[in-house]
Design a protein around this ligand. Structure first.
Ligand code: ADP
Length: 717
């Protein structure tokens, strides 16, 4: 574990583990199969990435989508980790290069699709190399009970037989116990260690409101998130197109995405979003799987999803970087009708399940309890706090009305007077005293319940009606979603039970502002923007997404701490050795110029430890001095003389220096011809055992030559 901890700092720049990461890594370390269930943003990938770097052999990561593999490999390479992928989008030359590196033992993590992994050629190759473990990402794809079953994943069950001694670990964000058990069974896991984290996403603020003027409602969110990334989900393609045109005409930078679009155009829009050329995507649920952009700051649903699983998945795309993000859901009874209609074609049993889920979703929308708590409860977990302080209910943005019983009774009575033959919109019109032609023709203006709630707008009455449905006092039936009273509803009419009805509150909450200001505390916004521009330029140059260069959390931290030296930049979470080497100088220059211009303090919050002068640290000083001299490209002999140490000790310092500074070119200290011979021998022998290499080259190279070459090979991405 010590090595893993060191790798965490060196490659990722993190000082600690997130919940369950340590346990998950320990499990892998001990060679025990495991299933890790953590929500999106829970840090699953690090659970199999960090141990791979600190363990002998190569880890094989199975991932369902090319885009996911690509982003992860790009991110790992940016951190200095030897990760590669093999997929059909790569040229034959690129594929050959990967295969060669695998054969030479130069790869720590190899990303593959299940189909590619199970080809004869790949299986043969994997038999010849040393494997640390198999990590199955998005493991719910193995289960028919999950939301994204993939038949190819089923075949992964063969791995156990083909590689009996190799540990298999599975990772998913899907919460149900049924899926978990299925994963263990399908993958033939051996008494797997089950690690199930909390599904709560405390950095997400949920807000659920009835749909009124959807464009205005969407705009109010967009206006608070200028220049930030977000996703707007619509139920239908038509809605995507219409909303997009409307928002564009109002000057918002948005792009559409749905399955009906031309594949190239769709891909282009997705790339523009990932590369931050466009802030917002308006999409159907076709958009999302395979997007692991970490800094999505808001997800808006302009219609109700068909289940809470769907909602959790889609809204969960916000705030993967663990920084604050908002999830807005605008729903209407009409959405319920649309889904119900679409479910009409399903077989009897499937339809019943789907309708149950739809009702659960509707109850969530119209419910009056904590949203975080409701989601957790749905997935079988209990909320830790009564008040999450991160949803509209707990924030007090919606108040319940005092006379809920009387109002509910008026609504239910009206449903009875209408012979339970009409829907919620019509019922609300009658209660509001509408002069609508239909009402007059039906002579419903003569009912005793007509205009009984005339002091309230129709939309409010309809919202209460929907809340009564969500809480099970009314139910919808038939083609037109007519309303009928349930048993529970009868109890309300008798005054035996009181529903909770909400009204939009006058007061505005201050909590979101607090969440937001807390994570921006001390961050200089102008500097953050400059660093973000820098990130975008670098990302474009390297052909990787911006969030792979630095996450938002790292940028905010840089703009807060404003480090002044290469050493201090390493105190910022998310900057390891490789990133410091690659971007450190440029970032420090930007920060320095900015701080000079605006007279800002630098190194905020970094403790300045007085320099140690005691002779006790003499040994460390010799090493530090050696590092300085190696950085000036001095030879081992020169350094040994300067620090008055034996060449063997100095060579050891050099090996440490190569490791710390991530040097992958040995030519300063080993004759190029010698290191070439060493590399060729490794390839030929298929082994990196030093004594074998030395023997094979019988005196042509020295042990230091071999050690230095191997140290550099370990750093080669
Ligand atoms: P998941 O795969 O579970 O959705 P990720 O692996 O994408 O989660 O991680 C979510 C976020 O948390 C990323 O921004 C990642 O860099 C960050 N992260 C992961 N592990 C740590 C850690 N130990 N310390 C700090 N940040 C971490």
């Amino acid at each position: 574990m010590k090595q893993i901890q060191q790798a965490l700092t060196k490659f990722w720049g993190y000082d600690d583990f997130l919940p369950l990461q340590r346990e998950a890594m320990t499990s892998l370390n001990a060679g025990r199969d495991c299933i890790v269930v953590l929500p999106t943003g829970g840090g699953k990938s690090l659970c199999y990435q960090a141990p791979a770097v600190a363990t002998d052999g190569m880890a094989v990561v199975v991932s369902p989508l090319i885009s996911l593999m690509k982003d992860q490999v790009d991110a790992l390479v940016q951190c200095g980790v030897a990760a590669m992928r093999l997929d059909s989008s790569m040229s034959p030359e690129e594929q050959k290069e990967t295969l060669d590196s695998v054969r030479q033992g130069d790869v720590k993590l190899l990303y593959l699709s299940p189909e590619r992994l199970l080809t004869e050629g790949m299986l043969n190759l994997l038999k010849q190399v040393s494997l640390s473990y198999f990590a199955i990402d998005e493991a719910h794809c193995v289960s028919m009970w999950g939301h994204d079953f993939r038949p190819e994943y089923r075949q992964l069950g063969r791995l156990r037989q083909l590689f009996p001694g190799v540990t298999i670990a599975a990772y998913t964000a899907t919460a149900t116990a049924q899926v978990r058990e299925d994963i263990a069974r399908q993958l033939c896991l051996n008494e797997p260690h089950m690690l199930v984290g909390s599904f709560d996403r405390p950095n997400l603020t949920y807000k659920v409101q009835p749909k009124k003027n959807i464009v205005a409602q969407v705009r109010s969110v967009l206006d608070r998130h200028k220049d930030e990334s977000g996703i707007i989900y619509c139920i239908r393609r038509r809605d995507v197109n219409e909303l997009c045109i409307e928002l564009q005409s109002l000057g918002y930078k948005v792009a559409p995405y749905h399955a009906g679009m031309d594949a190239d155009k769709r891909k282009e829009n997705q790339d523009r979003f990932i590369n931050e050329d466009v802030d917002t995507v308006v999409a159907t649920i076709a958009f999302g799987m395979g997007i692991d952009k970490s800094n999505v700051r808001y997800v808006i649903h302009t219609g109700m999803p068909k289940s809470l699983e769907n909602y959790q998945q889609e809204s969960g795309r916000a705030g993967r970087d663990r920084l604050e993000a908002e999830c807005h859901l605008f729903y209407s009874g009409g959405d319920y009708g649309v889904w119900k209609f679409l479910m009409g074609d399903m077989g009897e049993g499937a339809r019943e399940i789907a309708m149950d889920k739809l009702n659960g979703m509707y109850a969530f929308c119209t419910g009056a309890g904590c949203r975080h708590g409701a989601i957790l409860q749905y997935f079988g977990q209990a909320a830790e706090k009564d008040n999450c302080a991160a949803c509209d209910i707990c924030l007090g943005e919606v108040d319940s009305i005092d006379d809920a019983l009387i109002i509910a009774q008026k609504i239910l009575s009206c449903v009875v007077r209408l012979q339970q033959q009409f829907g919620s919109g019509y019922t609300a019109m009658v209660l509001a005293g509408s002069k609508d032609k239909r009402i007059l023709e039906n002579r419903h203006d003569e009912l005793s319940t007509y205009a009984l709630l005339a002091e309230f707008p129709k939309t409010v009455i309809q919202s209460w009606t929907e809340q009564l449905i969500g809480q099970g006092f009314l139910e919808k039936y038939g083609e037109y979603n007519q309303l009928a009273i349930t048993k529970k509803g009868v109890a309300v009419l008798k005054g035996e039970t009181t529903p909770r009805l909400l009204k939009p509150a006058e007061k505005k909450s201050s909590r979101v502002a607090k969440l937001k200001t807390e994570s921006w505390d001390g961050v200089d916004g102008g500097l953050f923007d400059e660093l973000r521009e820098f990130r975008k330029r670098e990302a474009r140059e390297r052909g990787v997404p911006p969030f792979v260069v630095f996450g938002d959390a790292t940028l905010r931290n840089l703009a807060k701490v404003r480090p002044s030296t290469p050493k201090n930049i390493m105190t910022v979470s998310g900057i390891g050795v490789k990133k410091r080497q690659q971007y450190g100088r440029a970032v420090l220059t930007i920060i320095q110029k900015y701080c000079e211009k605006y007279h800002l303090d630098m190194d905020v919050g970094i403790e300045t430890v007085p320099r140690q002068t005691k002779p006790a640290v003499e040994k460390v000083s010799a090493k530090d001095r050696a590092f300085e001299l190696f950085a000036q490209q001095k030879s081992i002999r020169e350094v040994a003389a300067a620090i008055n140490r034996a060449e063997s000790t100095t060579t050891q310092y050099l090996l440490d220096f190569i490791g710390t500074e991530d040097i992958d070119d040995p030519s300063l200290w080993v004759e190029p011809a010698a290191s070439k011979k060493i590399r060729q021998t490794i390839r030929k022998l298929g082994s990196k055992q030093k004594s074998l290499i030395f023997k094979h080259l019988s005196g042509q190279v020295t042990y230091p030559d071999i050690n230095i070459t191997l140290a550099c090979l370990r750093n080669g991405a």
